[in-house]
Design a protein around this ligand. Structure first.
Ligand code: EPZ
Length: 417
């Protein structure tokens, strides 16, 4: 297994190009299942999770090709609707094929994803919504088996805000008989991006980005050419990196409007954040001030940046309270950060971080995608050498992150196992 080695203490200076969003590309690729013919998606990032969903769709008979940097997807001939456990268990987002398969094929057999490091992450809300739309759903041998000759439009109330739940049911509803209303829907930019792509396929969706989404069912959809939005979590990770390592980082091709919560908090730490229509410039201002955060559904502070922000707070000048409200076990990075000298106490759903003047490098282990990013950020600031193992977690969601940090002046390298 590869490792990443960082010699900390270097300030960052320069610019990076924000990649396309993993969490927008995954549902867009799944949406291609609703059409026959070639869809074309621009700005799809080159990530392990993208390779995984391509493998999963290829097992149904979907074909792919690349043209001028775009990913082309053709689901004209689907010969299976079985999403096997060995693929689904490596990526929970595989559940995104459930809605499109039921809508297109009238049947889907999708392995239950199982939990992951950050929590149990059930899919009960996805299943309940499909049942509300008339699907027969049974759980058998670890699989969700859903059938419906044709889904019926319904008023769906999500008990909790669920991003992929909203996306799954929005896709399913595009081909349902009648109108579907999704209430307490997720408002994430990735949901809006998916709605735009589905409307490009001929769907009739309004309200995406608000907590009530209306989908008027149609009889069929056609292929489209769509563009994946910028990855707000990657961009946020680099803004925080400027704060923890010191220096100035310009992030190009990003969408500043997606970062209101993070930018407000980074400014509270004392950083200077300038925004343009497609860039953000993040400049450190010495030792960050301690700031409290609480993760919430969009447009609140994103849970996917909680670990990275915690790294910043480990070297801040005071006490900060970091409250995680979305997942029940998203503090695995805490014990690894403490190996670097951080002082953190977990109390229920909150971590209390007492800033220390300096972190010291040590071998640490990645436990999940965003925790591994937080350990890289801490390594950039730590004195001495930090060695991060299990970087396969990182490769799921970041495109060559060590190359991007290296171009900014960090002393960071990947060591092949
Ligand atoms: C999406 O996961 C993202 N993944 C996650 O990003 C992100 O952390 C999460 O949304 C929250 O923003 C993708 O978009 C592919 P949820 P998702 O359904 O949809 C509970 C990353 O790092 N819940 O919004 O799986 C659930 O347990 C990943 O890129 C149910 O109880 O998250 C959680 O506590 C990590 N039942 C909360 O809701 C359900 O049926 C929010 O989960 C569905 C969800």
């Amino acid at each position: 297994m590869d490792k990443i080695i960082i010699s900390g203490g270097r300030r960052l200076l320069g610019e990076i190009n924000n990649s396309g969003a993993k969490n927008a590309a995954l549902p867009a690729i799944a949406a291609a299942l609703l059409t026959k013919g070639w869809n074309s998606f621009a700005n799809v990032p080159n990530l392990v999770d993208i390779k995984t969903i391509k493998k999963l769709l290829a097992s149904f008979g979907v074909v792919f090709k690349e043209e001028q940097g775009n990913l082309l997807v053709n689901a004209g001939d689907i010969n299976s609707c079985l999403a096997a456990y060995d693929l689904v268990r490596t990526m929970r987002a595989s559940v995104l094929v459930l809605g499109p398969l039921v809508a297109r094929m009238g049947e889907a057999r999708v392995s239950l994803p199982g939990g992951c490091a950050i929590g149990a992450r059930p899919v009960n809300l996805h299943i309940r919504a499909l049942q509300d739309m008339g699907a027969e759903v049974e759980l058998k041998d670890g699989y969700v088996i859903a059938r419906a000759r044709r889904l019926r439009g319904a008023v769906i109330y999500f008990d909790m805000v669920t991003v992929t739940g909203t996306e799954n049911i929005m896709m399913a509803a595009t081909l349902a008989e009648g109108t579907t209303l999704l209430k307490n829907a997720a408002r994430e930019p990735e949901v809006v991006n998916l709605a735009e792509i589905l409307n490009g396929m001929g769907a009739r969706i309004t309200g995406a980005g608000t907590d009530v989404i209306r989908i008027d069912g149609v009889d069929s959809l056609h292929p489209t050419a769509g563009k994946i939005i910028a990855d707000r979590i990657e961009a946020g990770t680099f803004m925080i990196a400027a704060g923890i390592a010191g220096g100035e980082v310009l992030i190009r091709n990003c969408q500043p409007g997606h970062h209101d919560a993070l930018i407000a908090k980074l400014r509270d730490t004392g950083m200077k954040i300038e925004t343009g229509n497609d860039y953000v410039r993040a400049t450190a201002a010495g030792r960050p001030r301690s700031v409290d955060i609480k993760t919430l559904a969009y447009p609140g502070f994103p849970t996917d940046l909680q670990a990275q922000f915690m790294s910043l707070m480990t070297v801040a000048g005071g006490l900060s309270v970091i409250t995680e409200t979305i997942f029940e076990n998203r503090f695995m990075h805490v014990s690894e950060l403490m190996r670097l000298g951080a002082e953190i106490v977990i109390q229920g759903g909150s971590a209390i971080v007492k800033g220390v003047p300096v972190l010291r490098g040590a071998p640490v282990m990645a436990t999940d995608l965003r925790a591994s990013a937080s350990l890289i950020l801490a390594g950039l600031a730590a004195e001495g050498k930090t060695e991060l193992s299990r970087v396969y977690h990182l490769d799921r969601g970041y495109e060559r992150i060590e190359e991007k940090f290296s171009r900014l002046g960090a002393a960071i390298e990947r060591v092949k196992a």
